[in-house]
Design a protein. Structure first.
Length: 294
């Protein structure tokens, strides 16, 4: 648990960050996984003051950003679930959500193995869909007491359903996975699963907002003068991946060999909290998106 600004508290564990935004009435930005909410739950009673959580903000519909919603709803039964319209459609598809909770269960095992959790938390009894109460998108605002207001931004490139949220009063950017996953403090896994050009454009757009704190959903939080360096690493990692894949394609390399090389290169550090099968799917998407640009 860490207070980032007057109106933002970071909760969760080192792999899954949740951001409590607001004072008396509040929003939780990022919904993570069941195992991450277990960490949040253990921290909740230590928080000073009483927060009435009114909103749970799902930033995009990937398992590691929405499977924590049922556990959060147990803690905050009156909270409304917010997401983009495209995320809402995905979260209503039973086959996708059932697979997501399979991955969610595997993630709990990882967190236990790292000593972050003492035991596996129970999965929700209903795992075929996650209901969204209200949809949000570009130019919308999430208004809280005391003039605290989160501006919603479309953030395509990583996925079609992604949004970012910006807290202008304190210059906090909640960018979700829009700029990649932090393998370590110096390496970023570029995740332009929707499209390379959109991904780069989104990063450059977010860079234009004055930012003192980057509310990143996984691993380290960057502040003050560190912020532009993080963004530049994100852009450099995307360009490096694109160039490497382009060279492999130019050489006529077999795609299965390309996938193995990319998996070997990226599957390390904190990215290993995901299954190899998950990251195999990721590198296949990266290859496909580069091919679409050529």
């Amino acid at each position: 648990m860490r207070k980032l600004t007057e109106n933002v508290v970071q909760l969760g564990n080192r792999h899954f960050n949740y951001f409590l935004v607001g004072q008396k009435d509040a929003a939780i930005v990022e919904c993570g996984v069941t195992g991450g909410v277990a960490s949040l739950k253990s921290q909740w009673d230590q928080l000073p003051g009483k927060h009435d959580v009114q909103y749970l903000v799902a930033m995009h519909a990937h398992f590691d950003h929405i499977c924590g919603i049922p556990a959060l709803q147990e803690l905050f039964p009156g909270a409304l679930v917010l997401s983009s319209k495209k995320a809402q459609k995905i979260m209503a598809k039973s086959k996708i959500i059932e697979d997501f909770f399979y991955q969610d269960d595997k993630m709990s095992e990882v967190l236990i193995g790292e000593g972050i959790l003492p035991e596996k938390p129970e999965l929700p009894s209903i795992r075929s869909s996650i209901a969204v109460d209200e949809t949000i998108g570009e130019k919308d605002a999430i208004k809280l007491a005391g003039g605290v207001e989160l501006e919603v931004l479309a953030a395509p490139g990583h996925s079609p359903c992604s949004v970012a949220c910006y807290l202008p009063g304190e210059q906090v950017m909640f960018l979700s996975d829009a700029a990649g996953f932090q393998i370590s403090d110096t390496e970023i896994f570029p995740i332009f699963f929707q499209g390379y050009e959109m991904y780069v454009e989104t990063i450059k757009r977010l860079m234009g907002f004055p930012t003192r704190v980057l509310g990143i959903p996984h691993e380290r939080i960057w502040v003050q003068d560190e912020v532009p360096f993080f963004y530049q690493r994100a852009l450099d990692s995307a360009q490096q991946a694109f160039d490497s894949i382009e060279k492999m394609l130019d050489k006529g390399m077999d795609e299965e060999i390309m996938e193995r090389q990319l998996l070997s290169y990226y599957y390390k550090g904190d990215l290993r909290i995901y299954t190899p099968e998950n990251i195999e799917t990721c590198v296949k998407l990266l290859i496909q998106r580069v091919k679409e640009c050529l």
